[in-house]
Design a protein around this ligand. Structure first.
Ligand SMILES: Nc1ncnc2c1ncn2[C@@H]1O[C@H](COP(=O)(O)OP(=O)(O)OP(=O)(O)O)[C@@H](O)[C@H]1O
Ligand SMILES: [Mg+2]
Length: 226
């Protein structure tokens, strides 16, 4: 099943008089169960692609379809619902709420979605090996630990898709590998589709598909040989 589709997707950013083309005529289908690794030089449009595919940014032209429906046809509230329930996000700098504990950070998306399930929070903290840190605050944890909590938080409302924008970009190589192994388990065991941006070519080994961007265009899209 196709979960996400980009059709002739282009995005320009305008800052005062200067117009920057960030994406140019991108065509892409992401299937249920894919683990896509997106690579490309800085400024090639990787983050912009994630933001357009997830409804955080609007395309300048072309379409983004999520589960068969054009994002431009979703109402604002429907896009908010999509982000609460269907899509999980993981960022380079974790984005945990600093004055909430690990446990409270995990509960937060459930509170927003009116779907509190403390047992699920406990189980996910076990899954990412962070259960004993449930009462710690983010600044009392290492980067790798914070990212594992951020990943657990991203899946707390059982999304079908995780978007991860350089989740290992700020980590040492060992913590980076742990994060990649965790994402791989979510993909293989929990059948979550993962769309990952990375600068590290070694991480493509975890992916089922590699997409290379250059100057806003896809220049390479192929299954990774594992
Ligand atoms: N909010 C914005 N306003 C103006 N220009 C932007 C904005 N966001 C991105 N751009 C421009 O769009 C282009 C693509 O940026 P993008 O952030 O998608 O690249 P990237 O591949 O994610 O780079 P990096 O690897 O450095 O994160 C760049 O030229 C960037 O300067
Ligand atoms: Mg980026």
């Amino acid at each position: 099943m196709t979960l996400i589709k980009a059709i002739h997707l282009s995005k320009d950013y305008q800052v005062q008089e200067v117009q920057t083309p960030a994406l140019r005529d991108v065509n892409l289908s992401i299937e249920d169960g894919d683990f896509c690794g997106i690579i490309g030089p800085s400024g090639s449009g990787k983050s912009t692609l994630l933001y357009c595919l997830s409804g955080l940014e609007k395309p300048s032209s072309g379409q983004c379809l999520v589960m068969g429906k054009d994002l431009s046809e979703y109402k604002e509230t429907e896009i908010a619902d999509l982000r609460q329930s269907t899509i999980g996000f993981v960022f380079q700098f974790y984005n945990l709420v600093p004055n909430l504990t690990v446990f409270e950070n995990m509960l937060f998306p459930q509170i927003v979605a009116h779907k509190i399930d403390e047992k699920r929070v406990e189980a996910l903290l076990e899954l990412v090996n962070m259960a004993k840190y449930r009462n710690y605050f983010p600044n009392q944890l290492s980067g790798g630990m914070q990212q594992r909590v951020a990943i657990a938080r991203a899946i707390v409302n059982e999304p079908k898709i995780i978007f991860a924008d350089e989740p290992t970009g700020n980590l040492d190589s060992k913590s980076g590998r742990e994060v990649m192994e965790l994402l791989s388990r979510l993909n293989l065991d929990l059948k979550i589709t993962v769309i990952l941006v990375t600068h590290n070519p070694d991480h493509l080994d975890y992916c089922s598909r590699k997409i290379e961007l250059r100057d806003g265009s896809i220049v390479n899209d192929q299954p990774e040989s594992i």
